[in-house]
Structures are given as C-alpha cells and as structure tokens.
Design a protein around this ligand. Structure first.
Ligand SMILES: O=C(O)[C@H](O)[C@@H](O)[C@H](O)[C@H](O)COP(=O)(O)O
Length: 234
C-alpha cells in the first residue's frame, strides 16, 4: 500500500536544514558528475527558508544547476505569497547565485491560461529532477495537490508528458500551478521536509489506509519507486 519512508529526526530546524542541504547537494553533485547538469525542485511555504539558506551556502558548480518550484501560487513575485520570491531571497544567494532559476508564473491571468508558456520554459531543464523537496500541509496536501480540489485528478494523472497542472488551494480558493505527480516520482531524491509534532501525526495518518483525495500526499507515499526521505524536527 505504501512505499517505505526513510525518516531522519533532528533536534531542531537548524540541524535539519543543514542535513537536508547536504543531502540535496550530494544528489545534485552526483547528477552533475554523471550528466554535467542537474535540476532541483523546491517547495514554498513557511518551512523551507532555513533549508534554502543552508543550501545556498553549499559549494557546488551552481552554474550547472537548474532550480524550479514544486508548485506556486499564481501571484506576481512582488507578492508575499510568491514561492519564487522565497527562492530568490533564500536560495539564489551566496554560492547558489550562479544557479539558473525557472519560475512557474507568467503574465497570464490564470494558471490555465499560462500553462503552455510555463511548460515551454521548463522544457530545457535537465530532466528528470535530481532532487525534489516536498512540504506537507496540515490537511495532508503536498505540492499543490489539495484534498478534493479542482484540478487534483489532472495533477495526479496528467496527459502524457504534462509536467504542470493548474489546481486550486481549496481552502484559500487560490489558483495554483504545480508539478504533476509523475514528474515528482521521477526525481532521484524525493525528500519530504516537515516540522512539528502535529505534522508528524498528519504523516502517520497519511501513511495509513484511506483515499488519496482525502490526503493527496498519499499519492507520493504510495507510488514512489524509491523510499521517500522524511526530514523531521519538533
Ligand atoms: O506553496 C506552498 O504552500 C507549498 O509548496 C506547499 O506544498 C507547502 O509545502 C505546504 O503547504 C506546507 O507549507 P508550510 O511549510 O507553510 O507549512
């Protein structure tokens, strides 16, 4: 029913951030060593800032790294809600300034209208992802796979070759664009970064039996071809 997870617990956010940054850096370095280029997808939200800061300080051939987002709110980068804004502020700094960043939002009024352009910008990245770092909400969503939300089916089972899907964050009714499930599952490293006791309980519930549409993180946990590496701290 469920892919195995490899859970690593840390005493605090700082220790987790450093360990996750090292794990992602190793995955990028390994892919660069093999294919000369590597791509990384990171999530937004409140959790990842310390991890992104730690990763920005890693010594890597960052000019051989392409960075994109697991998902994005369909807002301009000046918005406090923008994940691209978070990545530029916390990851595309220090050593990682040289990385190539491909955001997901464009000037189209909606994700649906902007999807083709966003897909075209992603096309040249070195696929599959070397690393994909997911978060998880208290409702069991990951990426922008929200429970029972509009667009969830298309994100989990997209047309062949579709790397992006338009969804909605049901609670906020906020239009989103997200990597599709197959793109996430192809990543060599799938890391799930969660913090707090409540989120650990959400993960435990998600790992139990139940419909994917109730807790869409289940789609990743159940279909991943390799163990999902869970990084957790209180
Ligand atoms: O755009 C987003 O919100 C993220 O990509 C999303 O999938 C995030 O990982 C979870 O919502 C957890 O968010 P927090 O870290 O804020 O709890």
């Amino acid at each position: 029913m469920s892919a195995t997870i490899e859970r690593r617990d840390f005493v605090d956010s700082a220790a987790l951030a450093e360990a996750l940054a090292s794990r992602v850096a190793d995955a990028l370095q390994a892919r660069i060593g093999e294919f000369d280029r590597a791509s990384l997808a990171v999530s937004g939200g409140r959790t990842p800032a310390a991890f992104l800061d730690a990763l920005s300080r890693k010594l890597l051939p960052w000019d051989r790294v392409w960075v994109t987002l697991v998902d994005e709110r369909w807002v301009p980068e000046i918005s406090e809600r923008s994940n691209a804004r978070l990545v530029r502020a916390h990851l595309l700094q220090n050593e990682a300034t040289a990385a190539h960043f491909v955001p997901l939002v464009n000037d189209a009024p909606t994700p649906e209208a902007g999807l083709a352009e966003a897909e075209a910008l992603l096309e040249p990245l070195p696929w599959p992802l070397a690393a994909c770092v997911l978060g998880m909400g208290g409702d069991g969503h990951t990426a922008s796979f929200f429970p029972h939300a509009e667009g969830l089916d298309a994100a989990l089972a997209p047309p062949p070759g579709a790397r992006l899907a338009a969804t909605a964050a049901q609670a906020a009714g906020e239009p989103r664009v997200t990597l599709t499930l197959p793109v996430i599952l192809e990543a060599s490293l799938i890391a799930l970064h969660i913090e707090s006791e409540p989120k650990l309980r959400v993960l435990d519930t998600a790992r139990a039996a139940g419909p994917v549409e109730d807790m869409p993180v289940r789609a990743v946990l159940r279909a991943s071809p390799r163990p999902v590496e869970v990084f957790w701290c209180p």
